[in-house]
Design a protein around this ligand. Structure first.
Ligand code: GCB
Length: 519
């Protein structure tokens, strides 16, 4: 697909200009006024080109070629169970900044045990060394400055109890910062100033950790009542990209009683993450390392690393994001595990304040009453993600879940990151008839009972919030190119299973917060 757009621009002195793309699926080549600016690979992360000195005063022409040909060495590769919409799927913007500008910053609570310490950094582009960065958080009474080192970076480390309490006795203001939680998603207005530039953001502060088989939010165990979603627009199909699309999806997740969403299987648009921050939904943020891929190929690893780096850079100030997911259902091999181990190390190097996970479907069934996940990838993760379709794929019926006991090779928190069954909204029958709402509802009942018997269960994200388009789902009159495992149809109709899950989540929310006992 080729795009062309003319745009007027009026140059201003002492500024720099960038052409920014929210996402282009998959390979994008960009020209400005006939000169090639560059290329970008990967369909779900932002990229930009500096056009200072190239952008004309007056009319400009931008041309973009986007090629979504599937590639065996791509990320994702050839096969996906989603409609992999091509072209420009998010907005394109001209961004003007001062000559020296704030390129990126990170501000977060230090891990527990360190008291009320905020830490992070600010990275300048084009800055003059020796000057200072200023951080203001008026609601917390914070006014802080830090020197900029010769490489344009300022490291931040501030004790909230010192800066936020004014003249109050220290002991009284130990808890002066209101922490972000799904129930009370407090965001602070933060202003960062340096040189002639400033940035204003809304940032929440919280900690996320794993201890034994529990996930802790702000030091307390939390059970993640989740749901998976694709970035599929409700009612009309196509990519969800507007605030209205995103808000509809997240409002449905809230109505379900969720405090957590798994954004499958690639980085969703930035508004989705910002809304999750505002609405109080913790996020599993994933890169599209999906099914079979060219795990032996160093260029494929570099590609996956770049996508991970760019989504971390985009979302690392969002309190909602709790987990970086490296992959989904990759076949076990030495090369694949080495590939994902490298990705895990890279993710920790870029951000050590969140948990690393991956979804594996490689469970074994030694007999009909036992299931075990022994995927060696577990060694490199903080949280084990399990996709299991007992009662849908394979020989088991939903009722067989009643006697199934799960075992995990690693003593870590487990999130059951997928289970589900297809059902066409409005199709009714008995609980043995596939694709009826009754089959799906029955499966949810038996699954919920089974999952509650997993001692290390820290959360779950059934598959999936809403029916979504997929080229693989060809059953005429039922699927019609839609994966029908949604608890809501693509027209927004709630299926019966929606209410079963909602009831479970409502009960869960009113009972204790954590399912699994302290180790
Ligand atoms: C899975 C995949 C997901 C599919 C789903 C299904 O295990 O992770 O991408 O869409 O199953 O519906 O089969």
């Amino acid at each position: 697909m080729w795009y062309q757009r003319y745009f007027p621009y009026h140059k201003r002195e002492h500024t720099r200009t960038f052409l920014y793309f929210g996402a282009a699926n998959y390979l994008a080549r960009v020209w400005l006024n006939g000169t090639k600016l560059g290329e970008h690979v990967g369909g779900f992360t932002p990229f930009d080109f500096e056009i200072t000195g190239r952008v004309a005063d007056g009319e400009n022409s931008v041309v973009v070629e986007v090629d979504n040909t599937r590639r065996a060495d791509g990320v994702p590769s050839i096969h996906t169970d989603w409609w992999n919409y091509g072209g420009l799927t998010r907005s394109v913007e001209v961004v003007e900044v001062p000559e020296a500008f704030i390129q990126d910053y990170s501000l977060h609570l230090a891990k527990s045990g360190k008291g009320g310490l905020l830490e992070g950094w600010v990275q300048l582009n084009g800055g003059v060394p020796g000057l200072e960065v200023f951080i203001e958080i008026p609601d917390a009474g914070i006014n802080y400055k830090s020197p900029i080192s010769p490489n344009g970076r300022a490291d931040l480390s501030l004790d909230v109890n010192d800066v936020a309490c004014g003249k109050k006795p220290r002991a009284k203001c130990r808890d002066s910062l209101e922490l972000w939680t799904p129930e009370a998603p407090k965001l602070y207005r933060v202003t960062i100033r340096a040189e002639g530039d400033y940035v204003t953001d809304e940032i929440g502060f919280r900690t996320v950790e794993a201890r034994g088989t529990q996930i802790l939010l702000n030091g307390k165990p939390i059970f993640l009542r989740g749901i998976c979603l694709h970035e599929e627009a409700p009612f009309r199909g196509g990519r969800a990209f507007s605030e209205e699309d995103d808000r509809t999806l997240l409002t449905w997740a809230k109505e379900l009683g969720a405090n957590f969403i798994r954004l499958a299987h690639y980085p969703h648009n930035e508004t989705m993450i910002r809304l999750a921050d505002q609405m109080g939904l913790l996020v599993w943020d994933e890169v599209p390392v999906y099914w079979e891929m060219d795990f032996k190929n160093p260029a494929t690893l570099e590609n996956a690393e770049a996508q991970l780096r760019d989504v971390i850079s985009r979302d690392h100030n969002r309190a909602a994001v709790a987990l970086w997911s490296l992959s989904n259902e990759t076949p076990i091999s030495t090369e694949r595990t080495a590939f994902l181990k490298s990705l895990a190390e890279y993710a920790r190097q870029l951000d050590n304040t969140r948990l690393i996970t991956s979804a594996s479907d490689k469970a074994e069934h030694p007999d009909d009453e036992h299931a075990a996940l022994n995927d060696p990838l577990g060694e490199y993760l903080d949280v084990i993600g399990l996709n299991e379709y007992v009662g849908w794929y394979g020989k088991y019926r939903p009722e067989d879940a009643d006697k199934m006991q799960w075992k995990f090779a690693y003593t870590k928190p487990v999130i059951v990151s997928e289970f589900g069954a297809g059902a066409a909204y409005g199709l009714h029958g008995d609980t043995d008839t596939r694709f009826t709402e009754e089959y799906q509802t029955n499966l949810y009942r038996h699954q919920i009972a089974m999952l509650q018997r997993i001692p290390s269960l820290a959360g779950m994200t059934p598959w999936i919030l809403m029916d979504f388009r997929s080229p693989r789902r060809t059953l005429v009159g039922i699927q019609d190119y839609y994966n029908r495992k949604g608890v809501i149809s693509d027209r927004g109709q709630r299926k019966k299973a929606f209410y079963v899950l909602q009831k479970f989540y409502q009960e869960k929310a009113t009972r204790s917060t954590a399912s699994n006992p302290a180790p």
